[in-house]
Design a protein around this ligand. Structure first.
Ligand code: SF4
Length: 362
Protein backbone atom coordinates (compact mmCIF):
# COMPACT_ATOMS: atom_id res chain seq x y z
CA UNK A 1 0.00 0.00 0.00
CA UNK A 2 1.45 3.33 -1.07
CA UNK A 3 2.60 5.64 1.76
CA UNK A 4 2.68 2.64 4.10
CA UNK A 5 4.78 -0.08 2.50
CA UNK A 6 7.83 2.17 2.26
CA UNK A 7 7.71 2.64 6.03
CA UNK A 8 7.51 -1.11 6.62
CA UNK A 9 10.10 -2.16 4.05
CA UNK A 10 12.07 -5.08 5.59
CA UNK A 11 15.29 -4.08 3.79
CA UNK A 12 15.04 -0.52 5.13
CA UNK A 13 14.28 -1.81 8.61
CA UNK A 14 17.38 -4.02 8.65
CA UNK A 15 19.47 -1.21 7.18
CA UNK A 16 18.33 1.21 9.90
CA UNK A 17 18.92 -1.39 12.62
CA UNK A 18 22.44 -1.96 11.31
CA UNK A 19 23.09 1.80 11.26
CA UNK A 20 21.93 2.06 14.88
CA UNK A 21 24.21 -0.80 15.87
CA UNK A 22 27.13 0.86 14.09
CA UNK A 23 26.44 4.21 15.79
CA UNK A 24 26.38 2.82 19.33
CA UNK A 25 29.49 2.49 21.44
CA UNK A 26 27.33 1.34 24.36
CA UNK A 27 23.74 0.37 25.12
CA UNK A 28 21.35 3.33 25.50
CA UNK A 29 17.98 3.52 27.24
CA UNK A 30 15.22 5.42 25.46
CA UNK A 31 11.55 5.93 26.25
CA UNK A 32 8.65 6.38 23.86
CA UNK A 33 5.71 8.37 25.23
CA UNK A 34 3.00 7.18 22.90
CA UNK A 35 0.84 4.07 23.18
CA UNK A 36 0.61 3.82 19.39
CA UNK A 37 4.40 3.70 19.20
CA UNK A 38 4.54 1.12 22.00
CA UNK A 39 2.22 -1.14 20.03
CA UNK A 40 4.21 -0.61 16.82
CA UNK A 41 7.48 -1.45 18.61
CA UNK A 42 6.02 -4.69 20.00
CA UNK A 43 4.14 -5.57 16.83
CA UNK A 44 7.23 -5.26 14.64
CA UNK A 45 9.65 -6.65 17.21
CA UNK A 46 11.85 -3.55 17.19
CA UNK A 47 12.78 -4.00 20.85
CA UNK A 48 14.08 -7.51 20.13
CA UNK A 49 15.79 -6.36 16.94
CA UNK A 50 17.77 -3.72 18.87
CA UNK A 51 18.10 -5.59 22.17
CA UNK A 52 21.91 -5.49 22.12
CA UNK A 53 22.18 -1.73 21.58
CA UNK A 54 19.02 0.02 22.78
CA UNK A 55 16.64 -0.63 25.65
CA UNK A 56 13.18 0.73 24.98
CA UNK A 57 11.07 1.82 27.95
CA UNK A 58 7.37 2.47 27.53
CA UNK A 59 6.11 5.68 29.09
CA UNK A 60 2.72 7.18 29.98
CA UNK A 61 1.66 7.51 26.36
CA UNK A 62 -1.76 5.91 26.55
CA UNK A 63 -4.40 8.56 27.33
CA UNK A 64 -6.93 6.04 28.59
CA UNK A 65 -4.32 4.50 30.91
CA UNK A 66 -3.40 7.79 32.57
CA UNK A 67 -7.00 8.91 33.09
CA UNK A 68 -7.45 8.88 36.87
CA UNK A 69 -9.87 6.58 38.63
CA UNK A 70 -11.58 9.69 39.98
CA UNK A 71 -12.68 10.72 36.48
CA UNK A 72 -14.01 7.24 35.70
CA UNK A 73 -15.93 7.19 38.94
CA UNK A 74 -17.39 10.62 38.22
CA UNK A 75 -18.47 9.29 34.81
CA UNK A 76 -20.15 6.30 36.45
CA UNK A 77 -21.92 8.61 38.91
CA UNK A 78 -23.17 10.70 35.99
CA UNK A 79 -24.70 7.63 34.33
CA UNK A 80 -26.86 7.20 37.45
CA UNK A 81 -28.61 10.47 36.63
CA UNK A 82 -31.73 9.66 34.61
CA UNK A 83 -31.42 12.79 32.48
CA UNK A 84 -27.79 12.18 31.47
CA UNK A 85 -26.58 10.67 28.20
CA UNK A 86 -22.85 10.05 28.62
CA UNK A 87 -20.76 10.09 25.43
CA UNK A 88 -17.37 8.38 25.39
CA UNK A 89 -14.85 6.72 23.14
CA UNK A 90 -15.18 2.93 23.15
CA UNK A 91 -11.77 2.48 24.81
CA UNK A 92 -13.11 3.91 28.06
CA UNK A 93 -15.97 1.43 28.48
CA UNK A 94 -14.03 -1.36 30.15
CA UNK A 95 -11.50 0.62 32.16
CA UNK A 96 -12.03 -0.40 35.78
CA UNK A 97 -12.61 2.29 38.37
CA UNK A 98 -13.49 2.06 42.05
CA UNK A 99 -17.20 2.11 41.11
CA UNK A 100 -16.88 -0.44 38.29
CA UNK A 101 -16.65 0.37 34.59
CA UNK A 102 -18.91 2.14 32.14
CA UNK A 103 -20.00 -1.14 30.55
CA UNK A 104 -21.41 -2.19 33.90
CA UNK A 105 -22.97 1.24 34.32
CA UNK A 106 -24.66 0.79 30.95
CA UNK A 107 -25.85 -2.69 31.92
CA UNK A 108 -27.31 -1.14 35.07
CA UNK A 109 -29.45 1.16 32.94
CA UNK A 110 -27.17 4.13 32.36
CA UNK A 111 -27.37 5.84 28.96
CA UNK A 112 -23.81 5.48 27.66
CA UNK A 113 -23.15 6.23 24.00
CA UNK A 114 -19.96 5.35 22.11
CA UNK A 115 -18.85 8.19 19.86
CA UNK A 116 -16.11 8.45 17.26
CA UNK A 117 -15.53 12.20 17.50
CA UNK A 118 -16.26 14.69 20.28
CA UNK A 119 -18.38 16.55 17.74
CA UNK A 120 -20.80 13.58 17.75
CA UNK A 121 -21.87 14.91 21.16
CA UNK A 122 -23.05 18.12 19.52
CA UNK A 123 -25.20 16.13 17.09
CA UNK A 124 -26.65 14.07 19.97
CA UNK A 125 -27.41 17.20 21.99
CA UNK A 126 -29.29 18.65 19.02
CA UNK A 127 -31.18 15.39 18.39
CA UNK A 128 -32.13 14.98 22.05
CA UNK A 129 -32.92 18.43 23.45
CA UNK A 130 -34.72 16.87 26.40
CA UNK A 131 -31.57 14.97 27.51
CA UNK A 132 -28.41 16.25 29.19
CA UNK A 133 -25.53 15.16 26.95
CA UNK A 134 -22.18 14.85 28.74
CA UNK A 135 -18.96 14.37 26.78
CA UNK A 136 -16.24 12.43 28.61
CA UNK A 137 -13.36 14.47 27.22
CA UNK A 138 -10.11 12.53 27.69
CA UNK A 139 -6.90 12.39 25.72
CA UNK A 140 -3.69 14.27 25.06
CA UNK A 141 -3.00 17.37 22.97
CA UNK A 142 -4.23 15.49 19.91
CA UNK A 143 -7.86 15.23 20.97
CA UNK A 144 -8.15 18.50 22.91
CA UNK A 145 -8.76 20.63 19.77
CA UNK A 146 -11.85 18.59 18.87
CA UNK A 147 -13.15 18.93 22.43
CA UNK A 148 -12.54 22.69 22.27
CA UNK A 149 -14.37 22.95 18.94
CA UNK A 150 -17.24 20.95 20.46
CA UNK A 151 -17.61 23.63 23.13
CA UNK A 152 -17.32 26.46 20.60
CA UNK A 153 -19.94 24.85 18.36
CA UNK A 154 -22.28 24.24 21.27
CA UNK A 155 -21.88 27.89 22.25
CA UNK A 156 -22.54 29.07 18.70
CA UNK A 157 -25.64 26.87 18.47
CA UNK A 158 -26.88 27.98 21.87
CA UNK A 159 -27.00 24.38 23.12
CA UNK A 160 -27.73 24.39 26.82
CA UNK A 161 -27.94 20.60 27.23
CA UNK A 162 -24.27 19.79 26.51
CA UNK A 163 -21.47 19.69 29.08
CA UNK A 164 -18.04 18.08 29.44
CA UNK A 165 -16.35 15.91 32.03
CA UNK A 166 -12.83 17.05 31.22
CA UNK A 167 -9.70 15.00 31.85
CA UNK A 168 -7.37 16.13 29.09
CA UNK A 169 -3.67 15.63 29.80
CA UNK A 170 -0.54 17.34 28.48
CA UNK A 171 2.53 15.28 27.63
CA UNK A 172 5.48 17.66 28.34
CA UNK A 173 4.73 18.07 32.09
CA UNK A 174 4.59 14.27 32.41
CA UNK A 175 7.99 14.00 30.72
CA UNK A 176 9.37 16.52 33.19
CA UNK A 177 7.91 14.52 36.08
CA UNK A 178 9.54 11.35 34.76
CA UNK A 179 12.91 13.06 34.55
CA UNK A 180 12.72 14.37 38.11
CA UNK A 181 12.06 10.87 39.48
CA UNK A 182 15.35 9.71 41.06
CA UNK A 183 14.61 6.17 39.86
CA UNK A 184 14.36 7.04 36.18
CA UNK A 185 16.79 5.55 33.63
CA UNK A 186 15.74 7.62 30.60
CA UNK A 187 18.59 8.86 28.43
CA UNK A 188 16.52 10.00 25.45
CA UNK A 189 12.90 10.35 24.43
CA UNK A 190 10.97 9.43 21.32
CA UNK A 191 8.18 12.00 21.15
CA UNK A 192 4.84 11.25 19.54
CA UNK A 193 4.48 12.71 16.06
CA UNK A 194 0.74 13.26 16.30
CA UNK A 195 1.07 15.33 19.49
CA UNK A 196 3.54 17.51 17.60
CA UNK A 197 1.15 18.01 14.69
CA UNK A 198 -0.78 20.15 17.19
CA UNK A 199 1.80 21.46 19.64
CA UNK A 200 4.84 21.53 17.38
CA UNK A 201 8.23 19.96 18.03
CA UNK A 202 9.39 23.19 19.66
CA UNK A 203 7.15 22.43 22.65
CA UNK A 204 9.86 20.05 23.90
CA UNK A 205 12.78 22.48 23.58
CA UNK A 206 12.77 23.62 27.21
CA UNK A 207 12.80 20.02 28.48
CA UNK A 208 15.67 19.02 26.20
CA UNK A 209 17.72 21.99 27.37
CA UNK A 210 16.88 21.88 31.07
CA UNK A 211 17.35 18.11 31.51
CA UNK A 212 20.00 17.73 28.80
CA UNK A 213 18.10 14.94 27.13
CA UNK A 214 17.64 14.38 23.39
CA UNK A 215 14.03 14.34 22.25
CA UNK A 216 13.30 13.04 18.76
CA UNK A 217 9.84 13.44 17.26
CA UNK A 218 8.95 10.38 15.27
CA UNK A 219 6.09 8.52 13.63
CA UNK A 220 4.43 5.19 14.10
CA UNK A 221 5.77 2.86 11.42
CA UNK A 222 8.90 0.76 11.95
CA UNK A 223 11.08 2.77 9.58
CA UNK A 224 9.91 5.99 11.28
CA UNK A 225 10.62 4.61 14.73
CA UNK A 226 14.05 3.31 13.78
CA UNK A 227 14.93 6.65 12.19
CA UNK A 228 13.93 8.33 15.46
CA UNK A 229 15.94 5.86 17.54
CA UNK A 230 18.94 6.31 15.29
CA UNK A 231 18.78 10.11 15.57
CA UNK A 232 18.45 9.82 19.35
CA UNK A 233 21.44 7.51 19.84
CA UNK A 234 23.53 9.58 17.44
CA UNK A 235 22.85 12.63 19.62
CA UNK A 236 23.72 10.66 22.75
CA UNK A 237 26.95 9.46 21.19
CA UNK A 238 27.85 13.08 20.36
CA UNK A 239 26.76 14.24 23.84
CA UNK A 240 24.05 16.43 22.34
CA UNK A 241 20.62 17.13 23.79
CA UNK A 242 18.23 18.84 21.44
CA UNK A 243 14.84 18.44 19.84
CA UNK A 244 14.93 16.81 16.43
CA UNK A 245 11.93 16.34 14.18
CA UNK A 246 12.06 13.05 12.27
CA UNK A 247 8.36 13.19 11.39
CA UNK A 248 8.38 16.35 9.33
CA UNK A 249 6.07 14.88 6.71
CA UNK A 250 3.28 15.49 9.26
CA UNK A 251 4.60 17.50 12.22
CA UNK A 252 5.97 21.01 11.93
CA UNK A 253 8.15 22.74 14.47
CA UNK A 254 5.37 25.25 15.17
CA UNK A 255 2.49 22.74 15.05
CA UNK A 256 -1.03 23.75 14.11
CA UNK A 257 -1.80 27.32 15.17
CA UNK A 258 -5.56 27.05 14.52
CA UNK A 259 -5.86 23.94 16.70
CA UNK A 260 -3.82 25.53 19.48
CA UNK A 261 -5.93 28.69 19.27
CA UNK A 262 -9.16 26.71 19.70
CA UNK A 263 -7.71 24.90 22.70
CA UNK A 264 -6.45 28.07 24.38
CA UNK A 265 -9.77 29.85 23.85
CA UNK A 266 -11.67 27.14 25.71
CA UNK A 267 -9.15 25.53 28.06
CA UNK A 268 -6.40 26.59 30.43
CA UNK A 269 -3.62 24.53 32.03
CA UNK A 270 -4.60 23.01 35.38
CA UNK A 271 -3.11 20.59 37.86
CA UNK A 272 -4.16 17.07 36.86
CA UNK A 273 -4.04 13.69 38.50
CA UNK A 274 -2.28 11.07 36.37
CA UNK A 275 -3.00 7.45 37.14
CA UNK A 276 0.15 6.05 38.71
CA UNK A 277 1.98 9.38 38.68
CA UNK A 278 0.01 11.52 41.11
CA UNK A 279 -0.97 15.16 40.71
CA UNK A 280 1.25 17.04 38.28
CA UNK A 281 1.15 20.85 38.05
CA UNK A 282 -0.13 22.33 34.78
CA UNK A 283 -0.36 18.84 33.28
CA UNK A 284 -4.01 18.97 32.28
CA UNK A 285 -6.60 21.17 30.67
CA UNK A 286 -9.61 22.63 32.43
CA UNK A 287 -12.40 24.83 31.11
CA UNK A 288 -11.69 28.55 31.31
CA UNK A 289 -14.02 30.57 33.54
CA UNK A 290 -15.82 31.88 30.44
CA UNK A 291 -16.85 28.29 29.64
CA UNK A 292 -17.49 27.13 33.20
CA UNK A 293 -21.14 26.60 32.26
CA UNK A 294 -20.02 23.57 30.24
CA UNK A 295 -18.46 21.88 33.28
CA UNK A 296 -20.44 18.70 33.98
CA UNK A 297 -18.97 18.31 37.48
CA UNK A 298 -20.34 21.69 38.55
CA UNK A 299 -23.59 21.34 36.59
CA UNK A 300 -24.53 18.05 38.25
CA UNK A 301 -22.77 18.54 41.57
CA UNK A 302 -20.77 15.35 41.08
CA UNK A 303 -18.51 14.63 44.02
CA UNK A 304 -14.96 13.34 43.64
CA UNK A 305 -15.24 9.82 45.06
CA UNK A 306 -12.44 8.63 47.27
CA UNK A 307 -10.23 6.31 45.24
CA UNK A 308 -8.84 3.13 46.64
CA UNK A 309 -5.60 1.33 45.92
CA UNK A 310 -5.15 -0.33 42.52
CA UNK A 311 -4.90 -3.82 44.09
CA UNK A 312 -2.28 -6.03 42.46
CA UNK A 313 -2.04 -3.71 39.44
CA UNK A 314 1.40 -2.14 38.99
CA UNK A 315 0.23 0.15 36.18
CA UNK A 316 1.81 3.17 37.89
CA UNK A 317 5.28 1.65 37.63
CA UNK A 318 4.58 0.35 34.12
CA UNK A 319 3.48 3.82 32.99
CA UNK A 320 6.68 5.35 34.40
CA UNK A 321 8.86 2.80 32.63
CA UNK A 322 10.13 1.40 35.94
CA UNK A 323 8.69 -2.06 35.35
CA UNK A 324 7.42 -3.99 32.37
CA UNK A 325 3.97 -5.54 32.03
CA UNK A 326 5.54 -8.99 32.27
CA UNK A 327 6.86 -8.05 35.74
CA UNK A 328 3.28 -7.86 36.98
CA UNK A 329 2.25 -11.06 38.78
CA UNK A 330 -1.27 -10.70 37.38
CA UNK A 331 -0.16 -10.32 33.75
CA UNK A 332 -1.89 -12.90 31.56
CA UNK A 333 -3.22 -14.70 34.62
CA UNK A 334 -5.79 -12.77 36.63
CA UNK A 335 -5.40 -9.81 34.26
CA UNK A 336 -6.33 -10.39 30.62
CA UNK A 337 -8.29 -8.31 28.09
CA UNK A 338 -11.42 -10.20 29.20
CA UNK A 339 -10.69 -9.73 32.90
CA UNK A 340 -8.70 -6.47 33.07
CA UNK A 341 -7.42 -5.30 36.43
CA UNK A 342 -5.95 -2.09 35.06
CA UNK A 343 -6.35 0.33 32.17
CA UNK A 344 -3.14 -0.72 30.33
CA UNK A 345 -4.74 -4.12 29.69
CA UNK A 346 -7.94 -2.60 28.28
CA UNK A 347 -6.87 0.23 26.06
CA UNK A 348 -5.87 -0.37 22.45
CA UNK A 349 -2.83 1.77 23.29
CA UNK A 350 -2.00 0.13 26.63
CA UNK A 351 1.41 -1.48 27.17
CA UNK A 352 0.00 -4.54 28.94
CA UNK A 353 -2.41 -5.20 26.09
CA UNK A 354 0.47 -4.86 23.62
CA UNK A 355 2.67 -7.36 25.48
CA UNK A 356 -0.15 -9.86 25.79
CA UNK A 357 -1.22 -9.48 22.17
CA UNK A 358 2.21 -9.63 20.57
CA UNK A 359 4.22 -11.67 23.08
CA UNK A 360 1.60 -13.95 24.60
CA UNK A 361 0.46 -14.55 28.14
CA UNK A 362 2.06 -16.07 31.17
S1 SF4 B 1 -1.03 -6.71 33.69
FE1 SF4 B 1 -2.98 -5.89 34.43
S2 SF4 B 1 -2.74 -5.78 36.65
FE2 SF4 B 1 -0.70 -5.93 35.76
S3 SF4 B 1 0.00 -3.82 35.47
FE3 SF4 B 1 -0.96 -4.45 33.56
S4 SF4 B 1 -3.09 -3.75 33.76
FE4 SF4 B 1 -2.22 -3.75 35.83
Amino acid sequence: MRHLDEYRDPALILQQAEAIRAACTRRWTLMEVCGGQTHAILRHGLDDLLADTVELLHGPGCPVCVTPTETLDQAVLLTRRREVMLCTFGDMLRVPGALGDLNAARAAGGDVRVIYSPLDAVALAREHPQREVVLLAVGFETTAPAAAITVLQAEALGLSNLSLLVSHSLVPPAMEALLTDPAHRIQGFLAAGHVCTVEGAAAYQAIAEHFRVPIVVTGFEPVDLLAGIRACVEQLERDEARVENRYDRAARDDGNAAARDAVSRVFEPVEREWRGMGRLPASGLGLRPAYAGFDAVARFGIASPATGADGPCIAGEVLRGLRRPTDCPAFGRECTPNTPLGAPMVSSEGACAAYLHYRGGA
